[in-house]
Design a protein around this ligand. Structure first.
Ligand code: NAP
Length: 338
C-alpha cells in the first residue's frame, strides 16, 4: 500500500519561543520495513518542555536535534507492517517515533502499550517519561517521609500533578504552585493537595509561610527562576531540592537567572540535586508497575490534556506548554486508534 508521511524537521535553532519558521514541513513516501524493522503509524504525539532544549546547539544530557532532522518526540502508535519478530501488525507501541505520521523502526527503545491496562495516551504521561520523572525524582532524590512538607511547582502539569499525588500517597503534606485559580482549585479539590498557591496572583513567599509554617522538607522544582529563589527562603533543616526543570528559563534570550538565595542551603544543611529521568531507564519497569497499581486502585489520577488535530498542529500546540495553557500531560492526537 502506498502511504505518504508528513514530518516536522528542524529548520533553524530558535531564539526565544519557537516560531513556525524554525520548522520545515516535509512530505515523503513511506518506505516498507526491511528485515528486522516495523512500520508504526503514530496516533499520539507527546509534547514536552524538553523539546525546547533539544532544539538548542551545545552540550546537554542528550545530543541536540540536528538541523534537517525529524524533530525528536515520544509517541504512541500502531504497528501497520512488520518484519520484526517482536512486533505484529495491530500491536500498539510506544517509542521515540518523532514528529511525523509514520516511523520505520528497528524496535530499539520500543515497548508495547496495552490499551486494556490504561488509555493509550497515558503511556506518554503517567506510565511514560513524565511518570518516571515524578516517581524517581521524588522517591530517589526528594526522599520524602510521612508527615514532611513537599512543595512542587508546575504542579498542575504532567510531572507536577503526579509528584503531588505520589507525595500524598506517601503521607506528606503537599503544597502545589501553579498558574491560575482553576488549576489551583483542581489541585486541592480533585487531586487532594493540602494547599495550592497561584503564583500569578498571590505572593508565593507569604503563602508558603502560611501553608508550610515549619518549612519545606522537599521542593520539587519544575520551573526555576523567581519561584525557585522564593522557595529557597523557606527550606526546613535538611531539606532536599530536586532540580527537575526550569521552564521559566527555557525561552530566555538573556542568560538563565540563577538563585540568589542559595546560601539557604548552607544555613539549613540542605541539598539541591539535578535529576535526569533517563538515568533510571533500568528501573522503569519498577516505576511503571507501581504507578499502574496506584492508577488501578484509584489512588492516582492521570491528568491529561489531549488536543485533537494533525501533525500540522504540532508547532502551535507545543507553545501551549510555555503559555501555561495545558493542564496535565499535553498530547497531540493525530490519528484514530483503530
Ligand atoms: P507541564 O508542567 O505539563 O507543562 C508546562 C507548565 O509549565 C505549563 O503548563 C505552565 O503551568 C508552566 N509554566 C510555563 N511557563 C512558566 C513560567 N514562566 N513560570 C512558571 N511556570 C511556567 O510540563 P512537564 O512535561 O510536566 O514538565 C515539567 C518540568 O519538568 C519541565 O521543566 C520539564 O523540562 C521538566 N522535566 C524534566 C525531566 C528530567 O528528566 N529532568 C523529565 C521530564 C520533564 P502554569 O500554568 O502553572 O504556569
Amino acid at each position: 500500500m502506498s502511504r505518504t508521511n508528513h514530518q516536522y524537521r528542524l529548520a533553524a535553532r530558535p531564539v526565544g519561543l519557537p516560531r513556525t519558521t524554525d520548522w520545515d514541513q516535509v512530505e515523503e513516501p513511506v518506505g516498507e520495513p526491511a528485515d528486522g524493522q516495523l512500520l508504526v503509524q503514530v496516533i499520539y504525539l507527546s509534547l514536552d518542555p524538553a523539546m525546547r532544549g533539544w532544539m538548542n546547539a551545545g552540550k546537554s544530557y542528550i545530543p541536540p536535534v540536528e538541523i534537517g532532522e525529524v524533530m525528536r518526540a515520544g509517541a504512541v502508535g500502531r504497528v501497520v507492517a512488520s518484519r520484526h519478530d517482536g512486533f505484529a501488525v495491530g500491536d500498539y507501541v510506544s517509542g521515540g517515533f518523532g514528529v511525523q505520521e509514520y516511523c520505520l523502526s528497528d524496535g530499539r527503545g520500543v515497548t508495547k502499550a496495552d490499551p486494556a491496562l490504561a488509555p493509550l495516551s497515558v503511556y506518554l504521561g503517567t506510565l511514560g517519561m513524565p511518570g518516571m520523572t515524578a516517581y524517581f525524582g521524588l522517591i530517589d532524590i526528594g526522599r520524602p517521609e510521612p508527615g514532611q512538607t513537599v512543595v512542587v511547582s508546575g504542579a498542575a502539569g504532567a510531572v507536577g500533578s503526579l509528584v503531588g499525588q505520589i507525595a500524598k500517597i506517601i503521607g506528606c503534606r503537599v503544597v502545589g504552585i501553579a498558574g491560575g485559580e482553576s488549576k489551583c482549585r483542581m489541585l486541592v479539590d480533585e487531586l487532594g493537595f493540602d494547599a495550592a498557591i497561584d503564583y500569578k496572583s498571590q505572593d508565593v513567599k507569604k503563602e508558603l509561610r502560611e501553608h508550610a509554617p515549619d518549612g519545606v522538607d522537599v521542593y520539587f522544582d519544575n520551573v526555576g527562576g523567581d519561584i525557585l529563589d522564593t522557595v529557597l527562603t523557606r527550606l526546613a533543616r535538611g531539606a532536599r531540592v530536586v532540580i527537575c526543570g526550569a521552564i521559566s528559563q527555557y525561552n530566555n534570550v538573556e542568560p538563565v537567572k540563577g538563585p540568589a538565595n542559595y546560601m539557604s542551603l548552607l544555613v539549613n544543611r540542605a541539598s539541591m540535586t539535578g535529576m535526569v529521568v533517563f538515568d533510571y531507564a533500568d528501573r522503569y519497569a519498577e516505576g511503571v508497575a507501581q504507578l499502574a497499581e496506584w492508577l488501578a486502585a484509584g489512588r492516582l489520577q492521570a491528568v491529561q490534556d489531549v488536543v485533537e488535530g494533525g501533525v500540522q498542529d504540532f508547532p502551535e500546540t507545543l507553545l501551549r506548554l510555555f503559555r501555561g495553557e495545558n493542564t496535565g500531560k499535553l498530547v497531540l492526537k493525530i490519528a484514530d486508534e483503530a
